[in-house]
Design a protein around this ligand. Structure first.
Ligand code: HEC
Ligand code: HEC
Ligand code: HEC
Ligand code: HEC
Ligand code: HEC
Length: 670
């Protein structure tokens, strides 16, 4: 295939890239130095944004720093590309030894097919915020940030050490080691430092009306057997462990008895199954009957135990689904804004398809249980009770393979069992051997990296080269939908299989304030009403995620305030948008109350919402070359590779200026 055609087919181009990258890891290996210390991590992009006075990574002190990126730029073809940068400090970059940026303006250089060695260095700004953003363009495509899909590197020992410290630091926070091993000096006060530190475990109340006490006994005795990967450790390990768990379960379920609920209806169960697929629950969770059906888990969280936990109390489970954070602010289970019907259907589906376990009940003693709640350390995690009795943090820092870090029951003694694997133990030990100063500070870009993984955004969204779990388990979803009686599709009704946007460019695309609201689950109406799925809320993390996404792309939290729209441009823009003498954008895009004129072409987001949510630079880049961002999009491309459009009037057919005029007009529409 000739060179030009290859580039003109971004789909193939990306595919070829993805395959060529399999040998190495995505992203660039980035080494930071500050205050005489160094720290290495992997970054998806060659970009950073560090506000003045803040550290560049949690492991380094705030102050002047340098950053050095190493790796490869991958290209499926040989050709010449022009590189440029926006930066506040001193930035230099070479590719295959040729200068790609030295501060004197864009450089055009030859790139080989396959891997091209890239090496870049940044010295922070003397004053103000430090940032760098790195771009490329060619004859075939306009200026864009070098995409994460084009960056790769070979892992180095320094990077693995940095990765291990990060894993240890996160485990230390999430597993709440400081809840029992106290240190007033090294652990920051609540609400300060690393956000994951000291988050409270669920409130232990209201259990008597919803949970089965025998199930609770089993959870307390061995939480990992029910949910692998849970942050709650097994507290009791001696021969009386079962009895203690039963005592605690008795204490926790004292009080009001469950009300007799309504009998679950089979048809609700079928509707709930379809919702489980259509809302994306299936991306994070295994189906309740999955163990029987033997579906691959793909790391999804099991729910088969719910029938054992709730028996058939549909109302209690529905209440949980309507607000999963009610008793657990830090939960990773998102908020779906379910209505009564949806939550009842989902709860019915889960409870009718789970499993019940017949077991010999152990009679618990509620009085003994109430004492254990305090003495066993339950309330240290569950109610933030201060740690008093356990070895202090300074002691466990030196202990290595003992207590909670033991690999055998003999060396564990009376310490809790987190079921840590070898890698996790090594990471915790490596982290405990640092001075722990990193707990007192955090960096938004790294917070976002951690949370995207921990909250499993890729359950529903593609990102960089990864496709979503939701897409991977499409066959399972189809089966669940097929169990419902077939219905004809009514034009305009939302569909289950429309594409969900990828998260590759989120930080460059969406404005901070809009993104915070959206991630908290507070944007109505939803941007894509044609999708049955909806973006669930992650209120607890929204602020940090939004800021971190922007910083990952080298962008500040807020954009520079714009002047009032230019009147001449506004006039041009109004014409360009319409169907007489314009591009007829309103065919697919609604404009405030005005609906799109031909929605069946390809439904698109209402322009009024787009103006509110999109960053300025992204608007321009998208309209110029939509398939560079989403190879599958149905949005037409209006500009040729030189940036000229079919409409020679106004603005001499210059795409960039015409699209800017459209944007100026849209800013005036309420
Ligand atoms: C619920 C309270 C609790 C939590 C939470 C907890 N520990 Fe422990 N830890 C203990 C107890 C109890 C012991 C045993 C003390 C003894 O044997 O006297 C212990 C012992 C240890 C020891 C051995 C100390 C020694 O010198 O023998 C290490 C190391 C340790 N814990 C590390 C950790 C780490 C790391 C975490 C977080 C992953 C953690 N602990 C979380 C209660 C806790
Ligand atoms: C982004 C991932 C994600 C999605 C999507 C998701 N969940 Fe969850 N869910 C979790 C996690 C993680 C937990 C474990 C609890 C925690 O970490 O707080 C959980 C817990 C639960 C629980 C409680 C389990 C127990 O043992 O009591 C139920 C029930 C549940 N989810 C149902 C659903 C349903 C129904 C949907 C779809 C409407 C859904 N989840 C969508 C991540 C998700
Ligand atoms: C190291 C912190 C920690 C300790 C100590 C701890 N828990 Fe937990 N517990 C958690 C976390 C975190 C969860 C939520 C599950 C998750 O996020 O993985 C949880 C969940 C639970 C639940 C399930 C709540 C629900 O509504 O589904 C119960 C019950 C519970 N814990 C009881 C106890 C009891 C009883 C003890 C003392 C024997 C105890 N926990 C000790 C951290 C802890
Ligand atoms: C249960 C599935 C699901 C999960 C899990 C999920 N999302 Fe979404 N998300 C969606 C859907 C569906 C949309 C499209 C909603 C719309 O536009 O109406 C969306 C839209 C978005 C958008 C807007 C993108 C754009 O270009 O318009 C962002 C940003 C986003 N999600 C971020 C996240 C982040 C960050 C996480 C993890 C913390 C996450 N999502 C987890 C389903 C999910
Ligand atoms: C054939 C239908 C169609 C036409 C005509 C069309 N678009 Fe689009 N547009 C789309 C689709 C599809 C999307 C992607 C929607 C999504 O992200 O789910 C989109 C997205 C956009 C976005 C990003 C919106 C956002 O909030 O994320 C902008 C900006 C945009 N189009 C501008 C324009 C402009 C300006 C024109 C006219 C010059 C135009 N579009 C013409 C279909 C169209």
């Amino acid at each position: 295939m000739p060179f030009r055609r290859l580039l003109a087919l971004p789909c193939l181009w990306l595919l070829a890239l993805a395959t060529s990258l399999l040998a190495s890891e995505p992203g660039l290996s980035t080494t930071f130095s500050a205050g005489g210390q160094t720290d290495t991590r992997v970054d998806r992009l060659l970009a950073l944004y560090v506000p003045a006075g803040q550290p560049v990574t949690p492991f380094l002190k705030a102050g002047p720093f340098t950053a050095k990126w190493e790796g490869q730029i991958e290209s499926s073809i040989r050709g010449s590309f022009t590189f440029s940068a926006e930066t506040s400090g001193n930035f230099k970059c070479t590719i295959n030894g040729q200068v790609a940026w030295d501060g004197t303006g864009p450089k055009t250089i030859q790139i080989n097919q396959g891997a091209n060695k890239i090496s870049a260095e940044f010295t922070s700004a003397a004053q103000g915020d430090s940032f760098v953003r790195f771009f490329w363009q060619s004859k075939e495509f306009p200026l864009e940030p070098v995409p994460p899909m084009a960056l790769a590197h070979e892992p180095t020992p320094a990077e693995q050490a940095g990765q291990q410290l990060r894993q240890g630091r996160l485990l230390f926070a999430q597993l709440n080691c400081a809840a029992c091993h106290a240190d007033a000096q090294r652990i920051p006060a609540k609400g300060q430092g690393m956000p994951e530190l000291g988050q409270l475990a669920p409130l232990l109340s209201g259990f008597s009306t919803k949970y089965n006490p025998d199930f609770l006994t089993e959870w307390i005795a061995d939480p990992h057997s029910i949910r692998p990967g849970t942050h709650m450790p097994k507290i009791f390990t001696g021969p009386d462990a079962g009895q203690k768990a039963a005592d605690l379960a008795a204490a926790l379920t004292q009080g009001e008895a469950p009300k007799p609920g309504t009998k679950p209806k089979a048809e609700d169960g079928l509707a709930g199954g379809a919702l489980f697929a259509n809302l994306g629950c299936i991306g994070c969770h295994q189906r309740p009957d999955a163990e029987v059906a033997g579906s691959p888990s793909l790391g999804r969280i099991p729910l088969a135990h719910l029938t054992d936990k709730y028996h058939l109390r549909v109302e209690a489970l529905a209440a949980f689904l309507k607000d999963p954070s009610a008793n657990y602010a830090a939960t990773r289970m998102p908020h779906f804004r379910l209505n009564d019907e949806e939550s009842t259907q989902l709860a019915t589906y889960l409870l009718l398809n789970g499993r019940m376990i017949k077991r010999k009940a152990i009679q618990g003693d509620a009085t003994r249980g109430a004492q254990l709640l305090v003495s066993a350390g339950c309330l240290n995690c569950h109610a933030g009770m201060p740690a008093t009795t356990q070895p202090a943090l300074a002691i466990i820092q030196k202990a290595n393979d003992k207590g909670c870090l033991a690999s055998t029951p003999a060396t564990r003694g009376t310490a809790p069992d987190y079921t840590l694997n070898t890698e996790q133990r090594a990471a915790l030990k490596a982290f405990l051997h640092t001075d722990l100063a990193s707990l007192k500070q955090d960096v938004a870009a790294e917070f976002a990296t951690r949370q995207v993984k921990d909250l499993n955004c890729v359950a529903c969204h593609a990102r960089d080269n990864a496709s979503s779990t939701w897409a991977k388990v499409d066959a399972e979803s189809r089966k669940l939908r097929a169990a419902l009686p077939a219905k004809d599709h009514v034009e305009g009704e939302p569909v289950p299989d429309a594409p969900v946007p990828a998260l590759t460019w989120t930080g460059e695309k969406l404005r901070h304030d809009w993104l915070v609201k959206f991630l908290s689950g507070q944007v109505e109406p939803k941007p894509r009403p044609w999708l049955i799925g909806r973006m669930p809320g992650f209120a607890h993390r929204a602020e940090g995620l939004a800021l971190g996404f922007a910083h990952q792309h080298g962008l500040p939290q807020q954009e520079v305030a714009e002047a009032a729209p230019n009147e001449t441009k506004v006039k041009f823009g109004e014409t360009l948008l319409g169907n007489s003498g314009g591009f007829n954008c309103i065919q697919c895009h609604g404009l405030g109350d005005q609906a799109a004129t031909a929605v069946f072409e390809a439904p698109a987001i209402n322009f009024v919402q787009s103006i509110e949510r999109l960053r300025k630079g992204y608007f321009a880049r998208w309209v110029m070359a939509p398939t560079r961002i989403d190879p599958e999009t149905k949005m037409p491309k209006y500009a040729d590779p030189e940036g000229m459009t079919q409409l020679t009037d106004p603005l001499d057919g210059k795409g960039a200026e015409q699209f800017e005029a459209i944007r100026e007009y849209l800013r005036t529409v309420k």
